[in-house]
Design a protein around this ligand. Structure first.
Ligand SMILES: [Zn+2]
Length: 264
């Protein structure tokens, strides 16, 4: 999004959120230049000239798509929450549940952003700090610790299962039972998987932002375990297991053979 939008003048700005349009009415976005687009965890920050930025958060189902002005959207218009257009690109935030316009000062003081752990997509990612924050989780299971954006920012539910598969770690292992080198490996794999995914997404425009960890481009073989409950493991053929956890009943997927519990 940074490559597509940075340096360009906004020609159209829309949002279904009254709190956003109220600020945009008083401080118009149209006519401003997009200075940068950056991710901090699952927050996306779009900075405009003259000290205003749009913060959005994807939560579970939000996504940003980039289109050419004449492209057909891949999602229904009623799912549009925010839209930013330049002369040649239309960026549409679909089902983005959180959106707000902030000044630089408000952004710097933002509670949620300040609490975030090291950002896996940041060039200056602090690996030692991420490992330290992971160690602090103690008896919490590693699958939950990875989703905690205060430990590391950037891992969502899909990547949680994929990273633990790649690390060969059972998702319900308490963090305290994992040796330091295993935690370091998880952090390195997480960084590699997220970075590779961002690069592959950037190569395509107006293609839905599909995630991949297997490096395969075919839609059915992009992920190792996520969404593959009951199907054979791509490495060993065992049946992929799945379990719902937490208040929001998020699914965790793992291979019972490739990801043995510690001590077994
Ligand atoms: Zn397996």
């Amino acid at each position: 999004m940074h490559r597509a939008l940075a340096g360009k003048t906004v020609t159209r700005f829309e949002s279904v959120y009254p709190s956003v349009t109220r600020v945009a009415d008083d401080h118009p976005i149209v006519g401003r230049t997009v200075e940068s687009v950056s991710a901090r965890g699952k927050h996306l920050l779009i900075a405009f000239s003259h000290d205003l930025a749009l913060r959005t958060h994807m939560r579970m189902h939000g996504s940003w798509h980039l289109y050419r002005p004449d492209d057909r959207w891949q999602r229904p218009a009623r799912e549009m929450r925010v839209l930013i257009a330049t002369s040649d690109i239309v960026a549409v935030g679909f089902n983005v549940p959180v959106a707000e316009l902030l000044t630089g000062r408000e952004l710097a003081r933002h509670q949620e952003l300040r609490a975030l752990g090291p950002d896996l997509l940041d060039a200056a990612f602090d690996r030692a700090e991420a490992i330290r924050r992971l160690q602090e989780r103690g008896r919490e299971v590693v699958a939950d610790a990875l989703l905690n954006q205060r430990v590391m920012a950037g891992i969502g539910n899909v990547f949680k299962s994929e990273i633990l598969f790649l690390a060969g770690i059972h998702p319900f292992t308490p963090v305290s039972r994992l040796p330091d080198e295993a935690l370091a490996r998880v952090v390195d794999i997480a960084r590699e998987a997220l970075t590779a995914n961002v690069l592959s997404r950037a190569q395509t425009l107006s293609v839905s932002m599909a995630r991949t960890t297997t490096r395969a481009m075919e839609p059915n073989s992009r992920l190792w375990v996520y969404g593959r409950g009951g199907k054979p493991c791509r490495r060993c053929g065992s049946s992929i297991e799945t379990r719902k956890t937490g208040l929001d009943a998020r699914l965790t997927y793992w291979c019972p053979r490739c990801q043995k519990p510690v001590g077994d």
